[in-house]
Design a protein around this ligand. Structure first.
Ligand code: URP
Ligand code: ZN
Length: 574
């Protein structure tokens, strides 16, 4: 499929499309290195020390900071009509908030309305999102029922529209039965797509809910009561069993399975057992709501999401440990926000509370706080569960999900020591409350670079509506379908133009712990700002009276003093 060429609005054109990030600690999922990164036209062009770069390049000093691949949120719902209402967050406000929190790519869901074809729904979503998104995005497609038409449309979507994953629900009134799930998994297997499931036993939930309502339990507490942990775990088990049946045909590639929204250790244990028995390639995603909410929430409709946030407070700690040990691989937000007034739709009947909560903006900070700050995740594993594994599973790696020469310059400069307190008063999402209200997190994005453009600049948000692109996801992701041959997706870590070459590269690579937590000298930690580091061979602008940030930002033209930097003008925007 040819993606429509976007016209660059005139106000976005800039003379600056080059960026050097110096002195930081690069964290990839497999190693940490102390190297500089040179970016041009949205792509990482060089990595190493003493890089030779063109004059006029903007320099950001990342001393004492981690440099992370931008977060990839594999599970969002923006501009989504659901349960009789529409999400508070649009593709604009949602991706703006994502960027503010250090996420540089989202994957949303095409959700066909009743009677709508998959293809029409896909076109509708492209129209809703293109022109709105502030960062790159891809799409999964939900199968609202099973039919030969759906089967055909899946083929068209994979072959012509860059879709490589489909989601089947085992709950809600659009759930598929077991035979339909089997057929849908099989078609995913034939096409080289990823079969995703929302695993909860919908029939049992409906019966439980009926019983609770008959007993007079109609408030929000009924939501979790009707969807107990075992109802999720049963569906996880059933989905694994179904996928395994397909894998009995040895002439075919293994049918992979992606379990979205794991909220209980019971599900994780089942997944672990199935995987260790063999004959199944399966992945588990945990939502940041399941990790970050530990206040009592049972009677608050604002926390209603499915599967529910568990009131058993041990669960989040256990899930984090499953993420650390690779039983579970990714974190998402399942961001699906409804304002307080919309949540009121379910007053008197919990079944009518629109399901969904926020998370896209805070996912990175909350996972850092509960994972790295507690010592459960190394920074490398944090990168794996917030970015690289999503890129690998949906076949975006190594273009996304890593910092390597040739990769998209989706980068976060992260202060692991700084703190911020989450609040709806200050968040960038459109929704009028925040489920993490009052939570203080270590781990703050200071700069967020999206395709080479500095969109969060020393804490100042400067996103551009429509700047993001739709990114096609090719079928047969090697990580999913061919894990024996992962060399084919190894990123380039050559250090081109590095005058001192390899011996000088300060690579941390230990056998026992490949991803140690780097320690910074105390003096680094207190660095108040990182702007305006001196480009090699040029005058020290930090010592002068103006800042590079101001000089080169197209949206702050009033303070531009040098319009044509020494490296010359470019028509590209950054
Ligand atoms: O409650 C949720 N998660 N709402 C969004 C729809 C879904 O289940 O993914
Ligand atoms: Zn969802």
């Amino acid at each position: 499929m040819t993606t429509p060429v976007k016209k660059v609005p005139i106000h976005l054109q800039s003379s600056q499309n080059r960026l050097l990030i110096k002195n930081g600690t690069i964290v990839n999922e497999d190693e940490t290195t102390d190297e500089d990164i040179y970016i041009e036209d949205g792509i990482i062009k060089q990595m190493g020390t003493n890089l030779i770069i063109p004059g006029g390049t903007r320099v950001i000093d990342a001393r004492g900071r981690y440099i992370l691949p931008g977060g990839i949120d594999p599970h969002t719902h923006f501009d989504f009509e659901f349960m009789g209402t529409k999400t508070a967050d649009s593709f604009y406000s949602g991706t703006k908030a994502a960027v503010a929190g250090g996420t540089t790519m989202i994957i949303d869901f095409v959700f066909p309305k009743k009677g709508e074809s998959l293809l029409d729904a896909f076109y509708e979503y492209r129209q809703k999102a293109d022109g709105k998104v502030c960062c790159d995005y891809s799409l999964h497609v939900v199968l609202p029922h099973w039919s030969t038409q759906i089967k055909r449309d899946m083929e068209i979507l994979t072959k012509e529209h860059g879709i490589n994953s489909f989601k089947m629900f085992m709950a809600y009134d659009f759930m598929l039965n077991d035979a339909e799930l089997y057929s849908a998994f099989e078609q995913c297997q034939n096409l080289g797509a990823v079969a995703q499931v929302h695993a909860e036993n919908g029939s049992i939930i409906a019966k439980n809910a009926e019983r609770l309502v008959a007993q007079g339990i109609v408030g929000p507490e009924g939501h979790e009561l009707s969807r107990p942990e075992e109802v999720e775990a049963e569906a996880v088990n059933r989905a694994c069993v179904i996928a395994k049946q397909l894998n009995k045909d040895k002439k075919k590639v293994n049918a992979p399975l992606y379990l979205a929204q794991i909220t209980t250790d019971k599900s994780a244990e089942i997944l672990k057992n199935h995987i260790s028995e063999g004959n199944l390639r399966a992945f588990g995603e945990v939502e940041v709501s399941a990790i970050g909410v530990d206040a009592p929430i049972k009677s608050n409709p604002n926390f209603v999401t499915s599967p529910p946030i568990r009131s058993n407070s041990d669960v989040s700690y256990k899930l984090m440990n499953y993420l650390a040990s690779d039983v579970l691989q990714l974190t998402g937000s399942d961001n699906c926000t409804f304002n307080k007034s919309q949540k009121e739709m379910g007053r008197g009947d919990f079944r009518k509370i629109p399901n969904g909560v926020n998370g896209v903006e805070d996912r990175m900070s909350v996972i850092w706080e509960k994972g790295v700050n507690t010592g459960i995740l190394t920074p490398c594993r944090f990168v794996a569960v917030t970015s690289s594994n999503a890129a690998k599973i949906f076949n975006l790696y190594p273009r996304k999900g890593c910092i390597a020469v040739g990769s998209d310059a989706d980068i976060v400069i992260w202060n692991g020591n700084a703190t911020r307190t989450i609040s709806a008063q200050t968040h960038r999402q459109a929704v009028d409350f925040n489920i993490f209200e009052g939570m203080t997190c270590h781990g703050v994005a200071e700069y967020v670079i999206v395709n080479g453009r500095v969109c969060l600049d020393d804490g100042q948000l400067r996103v551009v509506e429509g700047y993001g692109r739709f990114v096609e996801t090719p079928v047969f992701p090697p990580y999913v379908y061919n894990p024996q041959e992962l060399d084919s997706i190894k990123p380039i870590r050559e250090h081109i133009n590095d005058v001192d070459l390899a011996p000088k590269l300060n690579k941390i690579k230990l056998i026992d712990d490949p991803c140690p937590t780097p320690t910074f000298p105390d003096s680094y930690v207190s660095t108040p700002t990182m702007r305006g580091m001196r480009p090699e061979g040029q005058r020290n602008i930090q010592e002068s009276t103006f800042s590079l940030t101001e000089e080169l930002d197209p949206e702050r033209k009033s303070s531009i003093r040098v319009r044509n930097p020494p490296g010359g003008k470019s028509s590209k925007f950054w």
